[in-house]
Design a protein around this ligand. Sequence first.
Ligand code: F6P
Length: 346
Amino acid sequence: MSKNSKPFKIGILTAGGDCPGINAAIRGVGKTAIVKYGMKVIGISDGFAGLIHKEYFELTESHLSGILTLGGTILGTSREKPFKSSGKKKDEMRKPMLIKEHYEQMGLDCLVCIGGNGTMKTAYMLSEEGLNVVGVPKTIDNDIWGTDMTFGFDSAMNIATEAIDRLHSTANSHKRIMVIEIMGHNAGWLALYSGMAGGGDVILIPEIPHDEDVIMDYLQKRAENNKPYSIVVVAEGIKVPDGEESPGRYLARKIQEVTGLETRETVLGYIQRGGSPSPMDRILASRFGAAAANLIAAKDFGRMVAQCNGEITSVRLSETAGRTKLVSKDDPMVRQAREMGTCFGA
Ligand code: F6P
């Protein structure tokens, strides 16, 4: 109950890049809040922009039915960064102060922020301004510090793995090298996991700086050993010469130039962010959503729900804000792949 013993009124927003599972998370928060705690739930449109412009509506149970399997977010999203400096000193805190004012005018007792790293940082900064906030981590990148897994990742991994599977058959038919560029921002989790699941011969991730000569030698040796084709899985965040628009396109061109082996590229792009969530993501998103509602009921604010060793728990936003979870060079998956002959370019 809120301070004057009225049922809690909570706002939910979704911010940053979308991913499969966000609607399952909205449903998890909303249904738990309404059914278990009798709370009132407000849906805020387009991330933090909706709080700045007061665009919101009541989320009733009818809004929440039929959305478990829906891709994207019924609330819309944006990459609005309220604390990002506009350059003019006087405007510095204009947006955060508007958000605080509208939060109070809306009579919210708590704000649930469903988003990635940037969203968790904004959520933490708003909590420092006195708002009650709970974070729900989502991203296909799985790069949020403090949780083993984010929903969105499993669905994107399935999509990327299916794409790699399909490339094997066409690579084999044409005896080609196929380069596939995978999303993941500055982390290599999605490329590593889909590369392993898809049987990538070369897997390049930002956390392991690569040497092009090592890649070329490895591919040449495979061809000399009568391997009819090779699959090169490239995380979008790897370093390539300045001005190159896409690591995948750049590497495909370089491989063909240097080795003479016929090479083609596929940049998977936003397909990895679309469509219905996998069953695993539906479950994780629902569990995260319910955990967020439970934190609110317990007035345990300023925290981000998380999964640690399979258990649903929570961490302080102050601990996770601004931190990114990257692949360790000694990650067991990297070690095992190397032992099986996979090339990481170094
Ligand atoms: O964070 C999710 C993500 O898809 C990243 O993997 C990718 O680099 C980025 O978003 C793309 O951002 P945008 O949707 O703004 O183009």
